[in-house]
Design a protein around this ligand. Structure first.
Ligand SMILES: NC(=O)c1ccc[n+]([C@@H]2O[C@H](COP(=O)([O-])OP(=O)(O)OC[C@H]3O[C@@H](n4cnc5c(N)ncnc54)[C@H](O)[C@@H]3O)[C@@H](O)[C@H]2O)c1
Length: 253
């Protein structure tokens, strides 16, 4: 493929939040974008935002933790937009609870969406990348990978994604494919709003309290993460692979 040809990107969980901002950003970078989320109708806003700005996008409904749905979704993208060579594994859910109250079902749901979902999507898309001799994979990790109270399931999944990312980088590098992880800190989305609701705080107060703990003194916006993902998926980032970038308004370790 010549670099003037339009590359096809898949962004999962792109109906809203970080995924939606990423889909819009990648379309602005000239990519044709498949907006994947659980409910196809919920992807309409993101697709309309892209097409209104002159970009190309389609909505695809799929549960990333379901193998048959993932395979059908990737086949549809390949038929309607062309072979996908950029993949952003962003779909995610929370089922927070302290360990002694966490059900096995809530453990499984979180591990299934984040880890199994990223595995299934990557497996389905990688053959297109190998054929093209080019690929960019970005997995959404989190500052919670370093440990976070009430998130045994989520932190395990997000730490797992870092190991998954490094292994993809090692296995797929020879095919012109890079794999990197972006690990956001606090980003203002429905996900963090739900956490504020759960702990009984108003979202504005919750964000203000979070901002006070962040060196740049503000919470992140979805576009802050889309910006980092745009770098990793760029044509020029071919020598950057297996990295985890914390995008959190300050250092984390
Ligand atoms: N918001 C934050 O502060 C933050 C911080 C670190 C990491 N992250 C990660 O960034 C990603 C996006 O988070 P967000 O804040 O935009 O969340 P969000 O809840 O606003 O959006 C997540 C999207 O994923 C979709 N989704 C959930 N399960 C799915 C499934 N099985 N198949 C397909 N789609 C599914 C949802 O429908 C939703 O549209 C997640 O992986 C999240 O864990 C977020």
């Amino acid at each position: 493929m010549s670099t003037t040809e339009q590359r096809v990107a898949i962004v999962t969980g792109a109906a809203r939040g970080i995924g939606a901002a990423t889909a819009v950003r990648l379309a602005a970078e000239g990519r044709a974008v498949a907006v994947i989320d659980l409910d196809e109708a919920a992807c309409k806003d993101t697709v309309e935002k892209i097409t209104a700005a002159g970009g190309k996008a389609i909505a695809v409904g799929a549960d990333v933790s379901d193998e048959a749905q993932v395979e059908a979704a990737v086949s549809r993208v390949a038929e309607e937009l062309g072979a996908p060579t950029i993949l952003v594994n962003n779909a995610g859910v929370l089922r927070d609870n302290l360990l002694f109250k966490m059900s096995a079902a809530d453990w499984d749901t979180v591990l299934n969406v984040h880890l199994r979902g990223s595995f299934l999507m990557t497996k389905a898309v990688q053959k297109h990348m190998v054929d093209a001799g080019f690929g960019r994979i970005v997995n959404l990790s989190s500052s919670s990978a370093l440990g976070n109270r009430g998130q045994a399931n989520y932190s395990a999944a997000k730490a797992g994604l870092q190991g998954f990312t490094k292994t993809l980088a090692i296995e797929l590098g020879k095919f012109g494919i890079t794999a990197n992880a972006v690990a956001p800190g606090f980003i203002a989305t429905e996900m963090t709003k739900a956490t504020a609701d759960r702990v009984g705080m108003g979202f504005e107060d919750f964000k203000k309290a979070a901002a006070g703990q962040i060196p740049v003194q503000r919470v992140g916006e979805p576009e802050d993460i889309a910006n980092a993902i745009a770098f990793f998926t760029g044509e020029a980032a071919g020598f950057v692979s297996g990295q985890v970038l914390y995008v959190a308004g300050g250092p984390l370790n």
